[in-house]
Design a protein around this ligand. Structure first.
Ligand SMILES: NC(=O)c1ccc[n+]([C@@H]2O[C@H](COP(=O)([O-])OP(=O)(O)OC[C@H]3O[C@@H](n4cnc5c(N)ncnc54)[C@H](OP(=O)(O)O)[C@@H]3O)[C@@H](O)[C@H]2O)c1
Length: 337
């Protein structure tokens, strides 16, 4: 371990508009020495989140902006190489906010959990058995509250969160309709993720007409990852008592207002509910949710896709892929052994 290097991605500058590769910089340093109470983690996979666009912007969000020159914030999974904490042992696999770096000396609050699903690939701890799977679980079940026979629409339907949300809707006996970009993702929605219908929002001329055709009984639950015109079209077709879970706003540019019809009339007429949520407020649901998600995977009822690229130097490219919709499944960065 000694004399080895720690490579990390730091934030070089704040993006003006869409993030670019040159907003990041690869730095090499020495492996950190864990302080009192800390553990040293060797990261194996890094996660890429659309939310990173917000984390690196100076605009006010739900978390502090990543400081300039600081290691890029991000989830990772890896093994404990050394521990100064009696609660953690060397050799344990853990996941948490360890940052875009090969090695991390972290305080225990940065650790989200021990990874105990040894029968499943360790990378799942960053996707379907990580924040993405739990976002789908909490957002659909607790916020969306689907009932058997209802119609559930999911946007970014083939993505890490969306693909899980659509499959959970099916497990709960709903009609699931996915909205995704491009024929490959729509094909995946139908053949891998079990959606009853898939709409390619990039190809259809009229998203409202496409939704009406795919949802002949109207829309009871909308799991919204995008906002924008797709949300506007959904609002026109919600049923009495509909629930709209606002999970993400990836179609909107940070800090830029969107001109759109006001939703109050549709919400009033349908006596509907629209609620934003952050998965990080729902840690109490993780033990139950992760156990259930893992069980569904083992039973073959829940499947997932990962889009893996190799090498920490390519992590910023991973973010560009996600923001361009080029990722097919959970975007991950695999680090060398
Ligand atoms: N509330 C929470 O606690 C929470 C937690 C985690 C994630 N999220 C949100 O969940 C959503 C999905 O995240 P994920 O990690 O699963 O990523 P993902 O869906 O695997 O990847 C992002 C996808 O967003 C779509 N996209 C990108 N730019 C877009 C645009 N301009 N308009 C419409 N769609 C666009 C692309 O899919 P298409 O090709 O299909 O457009 C892209 O593949 C994001 O909005 C994220 O912020 C929320």
């Amino acid at each position: 371990v000694r004399n080895a290097e720690n490579r990390r991605i730091v934030l070089a500058s704040r993006p003006e508009g869409a993030p670019r590769l040159d907003n990041f910089r690869l730095e090499t340093g020495s492996i950190p020495i864990p302080g009192p109470g800390q553990v040293l983690v060797r990261n194996r996979f890094l996660g890429v989140e659309p939310a990173m666009r917000g984390w690196i912007s100076a605009a006010k969000g739900y978390s502090e902006p990543v400081p300039l020159g600081g290691v890029m914030r991000g989830f990772a999974v890896g093994e404990i190489a050394a521990s100064n904490n009696p609660d953690y042992q060397a050799g344990e696999t853990v996941t948490g906010l360890f940052g875009w770096q090969e090695w991390a000396a972290v305080d225990p609050p940065a650790i989200l959990r021990r990874v105990t699903e040894t029968d499943l690939p360790v990378s799942t701890a960053l996707g379907v058995l990580g924040v993405n799977g739990m976002t789908a679980y909490v957002g659909l079940l607790d916020i969306g509250q689907p009932k058997p026979g209802e119609t559930v629409v999911v946007s970014t339907a083939a993505g890490a969160v969306g693909s899980a949300a659509g499959q959970i809707a099916k497990i709960k006996g709903c009609r699931a309709v996915g909205v995704a970009g491009g024929p490959a993702k729509c094909h995946q929605c139908l053949t891998e993720f079990g959606y009853d219908a898939a709409i390619d929002y990039k190809a259809v001329a009229d998203i409202g007409a496409a939704l009406r055709q795919a949802c002949p009984d109207g829309i009871d639950v909308y799991f919204d990852n995008v906002g924008g015109p797709i949300l506007d079209a959904v609002l026109e077709q919600i049923n009495l008592g509909a629930r709209i879970a606002i999970c993400g706003t990836i179609s909107a540019t940070i800090g830029e207002g969107q001109l759109a019809p006001r939703p109050n009339r549709q919400l009033l007429i349908a006596r509907a509910k629209m609620q934003g949520f952050l998965v990080l407020d729902h840690f109490g649901r993780f033990p139950t949710g992760l156990a259930e998600l893992a069980q569904w995977i083992r039973e073959g009822r829940l499947t997932y896709r990962e889009d893996i690229i190799d090498g920490i130097e390519r992590a910023p490219e991973g973010l560009m892929r996600v923001l361009a919709g080029a990722n097919m499944g959970k975007q991950l960065i695999r680090l060398a052994d």
